[in-house]
Structures are given as C-alpha cells and as structure tokens.
Design a binder for this molecule. Sequence first.
Ligand SMILES: NC(=O)c1ccc[n+]([C@@H]2O[C@H](COP(=O)([O-])OP(=O)(O)OC[C@H]3O[C@@H](n4cnc5c(N)ncnc54)[C@H](OP(=O)(O)O)[C@@H]3O)[C@@H](O)[C@H]2O)c1
Length: 400
Amino acid sequence: MTLVSDTTGFAWRCGISEVPVDSRLRQNGFKANDSVSIPFTTSPLNTQKSQPPDGGAKSGKQLSQQVLVVGSTGYIGKAVVRALVNRGHGVVAFARPRSGVGGTDDEEATRQALAGADVRFGQVTRLDSLLADGGRGESFHAVICCLASRTGGVADSWRIDHQATANAIAAARHLGARQFVLLSAICVQKPLLAFQKAKGKVEEELKASGLIWSIVRPTAFFKSLAAQVESVRRGCPYVMVGDGRQAACTPISEEDLAEYMADCLERPELQNRILPIGGPGPALTARQQGELLFSLLQRPPRFLRLPMALFDVVIQVFTALNRLAPGLEDTLEYARIGRYYATESMLVWDPQTNAYCADATPSTGTDTLKDFYKRILGEGLHGQNLGDQLLWNRWRKPQP
Ligand SMILES: NC(=O)c1ccc[n+]([C@@H]2O[C@H](COP(=O)([O-])OP(=O)(O)OC[C@H]3O[C@@H](n4cnc5c(N)ncnc54)[C@H](OP(=O)(O)O)[C@@H]3O)[C@@H](O)[C@H]2O)c1
C-alpha cells in the first residue's frame, strides 16, 4: 500500500482515505512530496531458536542490539559497522575471505578494517554459508544489508543485488531477527538498469517478508563525485556531459548515511518505509561540482564538454555488436549506466510535476561536498576507494 502526501503536507492520500500526517514524519525530514510505503506484514518464520529480547525496536529507545551486517566490507558497509560499534551494538560482520575492490584484503586486513566487530567469513551467495558461518546458530535482533554488485554488470547485479540480498532476508528470518535495513538507491524509483531492477525486486520481497523493514535509498555518495578531483588538481579540465546542468544531486557522506542507517534500528518513524535520503543541500549539478572544485583550487573553471550523443552512439554500436556476437552485455550495460547518471538526477521524482525535486528530497547529516573536496585536495583520496566508480574498473571480472 503506497501512501503519497498531498502538496500541502497535511494529509497522506491512501486509496480512498486521508490520514493525518504524523508530525514525527515531518520532524524527521519528510516533506510534502515524499513517497512512503507501508506493507501489510505477516509473521516472521517460526524458528526454534529463542527470540532475542526487544532491543528497543518497539520502544524506540537506544539499547544494545545484536546486528548482522552483510556487505560489511563495502564503502557504506564499513561505515555502518563503525557506527554500530560506536553505538555499543554487538556487531557480526559477514565477509568473504578475500574482500575489497579486486579482492585485495585478506582475512586479517578485513578484521582490522572492521575493528570492534566479530568478523566471520563465508559466502553470502549461499544461504547455508550465511547461516552456518555467519549466524552460527545465534539469534540476532536485526540484519543490515549493504551488499551491491561491485561492477553493476547484468548477471552480477542479479546475483548480488537480488539473490544474495534475498539470502540475507531469508537468513534474517531463520536467525530470529525482527528487523532488516536495506541499502538501496534513489534511482530505483526510475528503474532502467539491471541493478535497479534487481534491487526493486528484492525491495518488494523484503516488504512482503514479515520483517520490520527500512529501505534506505540514498542519493549520490561522495566517492561518486570524487573521480575527477585528482585530474583537475593536476591541471586537467573538468569533464562533463552536455552543459553539465542536466542532472543534480544532494550528495551524502558515508558517515552521515551510516548514522542514518543505524538510526533505522532505533527510530520507529524510519521503519516500514522507503526512505529517500540525501546529505545537507543544496542540490548540485555536475557543472556546479566542477565550479566548486575550481573555486577551492583558486583557478578559473575549465570544462571539457562531451556530447550526449556519444553515449547514444556507443549504446547503438554495442547493441548491434552484441546481437552479432553475444557477450558484450555488460559493456553495453556500462554505457547505459554512464548515460543514466549523466541525464537523471539523484533526487526524488515528483510524479505530479514530472520532474526531479530537490525540495522533496529529505536530507540528513552535516558533511558537505565542499568540506569533502577541501579534505581530499589536501590529504588525497585516502579511505575513498573509488573502486567501480572508475569506469575502467568495471571491466574487472567479479570475484567468484
Ligand atoms: N555510488 C553511489 O553514489 C550510490 C548512491 C546511492 C546508492 N548507491 C547504492 O549503494 C550500493 C553500493 O554501496 P557501496 O558503494 O558501499 O558498495 P561497495 O563498496 O561496492 O560494496 C559492495 C559490498 O558488497 C559485497 N559484495 C559484492 N559482490 C559480492 C560477492 N560476489 N560476494 C560477496 N560479497 C559481495 C562487497 O564485498 P567484497 O568487499 O568482498 O567485494 C562489499 O561488501 C549500491 O547498491 C548502489 O546502488 C550508490
């Protein structure tokens, strides 16, 4: 059942009835055009294990909870583990024996990166491993899933963003968890790419799972806007598509997003809802991001404009080649991904105006892109493993 607020923000339209807006929703960043979904819930799977005590999910009080984190070694997953550990939760972080971009981290490096958590190793692509190696017969209050395909390729997206995430939902039920927090993406609201469709499907499965759910749909991460910092600093122009004004976003830092995801365990108003979320505004276009970089470097802006038609040509060529010699599906998908992010804003889509709306995009946190750019211009990209934000990294074969 989807509830959509009216433009005044005073009522939620719900099929045939109007429901007064809960003032807590507005206090927590919800605005007039936010779309909020509330599922019919069924009971969690019966499990022979004892249910963990109420860790505050019902009361909204912050008590220590036992939380299983999958996708714990990613950009957001690591920050989520840190946030949970800092809040005093018991954290089991599930990881594969070689993790990180390109599988560079061995078990010891992963343990160090996830200090404070009980790090367990196995394969999230296999439910039996998730239960035996991750759950080990213990009970959990909640599962937080930060899994994502590292490449965005078609098959890998369905394997990780859908199937492995579905495994995590099944594991949550088997392990007696009441709650599930899913890292999704704001672009799932307009699903054209494989990973968006895979995520959309698993979102529906989560809503029907009987668990208390939070589907967190962030805008753009800081790392996604960092790829050109080094080249611009070295004197290269800022590369953008068209005039760089077509798409905008309210970027969010990994720490602010992780705090928000940890809040989902404790704040009932963030539960059983789809939660689009950005960082502190304003919304910035690619051109404005470039201007910001040049102003911090105290240089006049210099842009290299790529024609939008370039993507269309590449997509057409690879579509034709793929028909002749199948196997180029992922290359084609990466071209589509490039086109999508050059043309679609990472903001809430307002169906009434048929446009993206910065004012309707809730925000959280305090970290600004300006401060982030300042920091990495001074200190470098330490801790910001761009991984597959770099297009050429997408051609790496995913690890098994
Ligand atoms: N980038 C953006 O600006 C942006 C904006 C909004 C939303 N999002 C969404 O955020 C998510 C990406 O988050 P992120 O940047 O934190 O991702 P990430 O750094 O790429 O991390 C992905 C996580 O998934 C795990 N994983 C991937 N493939 C696996 C496999 N085959 N087996 C086991 N584990 C696997 C990785 O483990 P390993 O370390 O072992 O590889 C890692 O823990 C995506 O869903 C994306 O749609 C991104």
